[in-house]
Design a protein around this ligand. Sequence first.
Ligand code: FAD
Ligand code: NAD
Length: 476
Amino acid sequence: MTEQYDVIVIGAGPAGYVAAIRCAQLGLKTACVDDWLSSNDKPSLGGTCLNVGCIPSKALLESSALYANARQDFAKHGIVVPSIKMDISAMMARKDKIVNELSQGIGILFKSNGITLYSGRGKLLPDKHIEIKEFGEEEKRTVSADNVILAPGSSPIDLKAAPLDGHLIVDSSGALGFSEVPARLGIIGAGVIGLELGSMWRRLGSEVVLLEAQEKFLPIADDQIARESHKQFSAQGLDIRLNARVVACEVKNNRVNIDYEDATGTQHETVDKLIVAVGRRPNTSDLCAEEAGLTLEEWGVIHVDAQCMTNLPGVYAIGDASHGPMLAHKGSEEGVMVAEIIAGHSAQVNYDTIPNVIYTEPEIAWIGKTEQRLKSTGTPYRVGKFPFSASGRAKASGDTTGMVKVLADAETDRILGVHMMGPHCSELIAQAGIAMAFGASSEDIAMIMFAHPTLSEAFREAALAVDGRAIHLVKK
Ligand code: FAD
Ligand code: NAD
C-alpha cells in the first residue's frame, strides 16, 4: 500500500527542514526527502546552507578574522604575541565539526517532531505522488500526500570559459575546503560569494584578484555603501577588476591561465586556484515528471504566487528554487508560511523586509529600498546618516569604519530602507527589520532609549539625523 502523508517536503535545506518542522508542530503527518551526501558519502541534513554555504563559510570567516586580527590588531591593544602560526587543517576540522553537529541537530529535531525522513532522491509524479529512490535501496518506492512542498534549493552556475576540475578550478564548495592557502587566488564574480570567500582567503594571506563582468561594483547594495565598501576592500588588498569578462581558462604547470576581456582588450592573469562564483540556479532539472505538469520559468525557477503555491493545487515551492533572493532566512520564512496555510491558517511573508548581509569586514547589511531605487520611483525621502567614527563604542573597540543610513518617507516619515556598513552590522540590521516590520517612523526610533556605549546607538543617531537632530554630529 502507498504510504500516505498530509505533507511531503522535498529537500531538507533551511527552506525544507523548517517547513517540515512547522508542519509537524501543527499536527500534520509529515515526511521529508533529502539527497545531500557529505564528502564521506553520508546523508547530511541542512542543504547548501549548512553543508557548503552559510555555516561553513561563516566558520572560516571567523577563523580568518581572528588570524588577521592577531597579526594586525593585537599590538594596537598592547597585546604582544611572539609568533602566530596558521593551522589550516585545524581550521577546516573545526568548520567540519560545526557542520556535523548542526546537521545531526536537524536529525534530532526531525525525530522529536515525529517527521519521517527518507534519505534519497524524490521526484514529483502526477496527483501529488512522490517517487523516492532511497540510498542503498534497489527498489524505488512511491508515497503520496495531500500537500507537497518543493524545496530543492540551488547549485552553482557553471561557466563554459572556466570548466571546474575540482582541484585548481572550483566552485564555492571547493573553495571552502582548500588544504593550503593559495599564493594567488582568482575569483570570477565579485558578488556576495566572491567577496566573502575573497576576504577570507585574503586574511589568510592569498593575493586575491576578482574578475567581475559588470561595470558597477555591488549594484544590489545602496550606491554610497557600494562605493565606500569598494574602497575598503581595495585597501585590504582585494584586487577588484570591473568590466572583466572571462573568455578562456587553461590549466598549465599546476596553475590557471585566465584570458579575460575588459574595455581595453584581452588581458591575461595567472593564478594558483580559481573560484567560479557567478550565481546559482534552481535544482529543478530532474525534480518532476513531465506528466506532473509543473510550470517552470526562465532558469528553471518554479513558478509560484505570493503564497508560494505552484500551478498545481496543493503543491508549493519555497526557497532558492522559487522566486525572490536566494537567502536561507527567506526560504525558512516561506516554509513557515506554507505550513501555516496548509494547516488552514492565514499567513504571509513580507518580501519588503528581507534583511541582506554580506559578511565581509566591514560587514554590509541592508533592508528595504536603496536610495537609487527611491529616486527611480520618484518617492520623496529624507536621509539620516551616522558614521561609526563618531560612536564611542566603535572607538573603544578600535573599529570605526562605516556608517548607518536611514531612509524615511519625506511625507509620512515611515522608514523605507536602512543601510549599514561597519562592525557587527549583521546583528544591528535586525533592529531595522523590527522597526520596519512594525511600520516605524524615524521619529519612533529617535524616541527610544538605547544603552550606552553600544554600536546600536548609531542606528538611533541616524534616525535622529533624518530630522537634523543627531547629537554626536558636528553641526554643518
Ligand atoms: P538548499 O539549502 O540548497 O537545500 C536543498 C536541499 O534539497 C539539498 O539538501 C538538496 O540536496 C536537496 N534536494 C534537491 N533536489 C532533491 C530531490 N529531488 N530529492 C531529494 N532532495 C533534493 N544565505 C544566507 O541567507 N546567509 C548566508 O550567509 C549565506 N551564505 C552562503 C554561502 C555560500 C558559500 C553559499 C553557496 C550560499 C550561501 N547562502 C547564504 C545561500 C543559502 O545557502 C541558500 O539561500 C539556502 O541554502 C537555500 O535554502 P533551500 O532550502 O532553498 O535550498
Ligand atoms: P551573485 O549574484 O551575488 O554574484 C555573482 C556575480 O558574478 C555577479 O556580480 C555577476 O555580475 C558576476 N558574473 C556573472 N557572470 C560572470 C562572468 N561570466 N564573468 C565575471 N563575472 C560574472 O551570486 P553568488 O555570489 O554566486 O551567490 C549566489 C547566491 O547565494 C546569491 O543569490 C546570494 O544571495 C547567496 N549568498 C548569500 C550570502 C549571504 O547572505 N551572506 C552569502 C553567499 C551567497
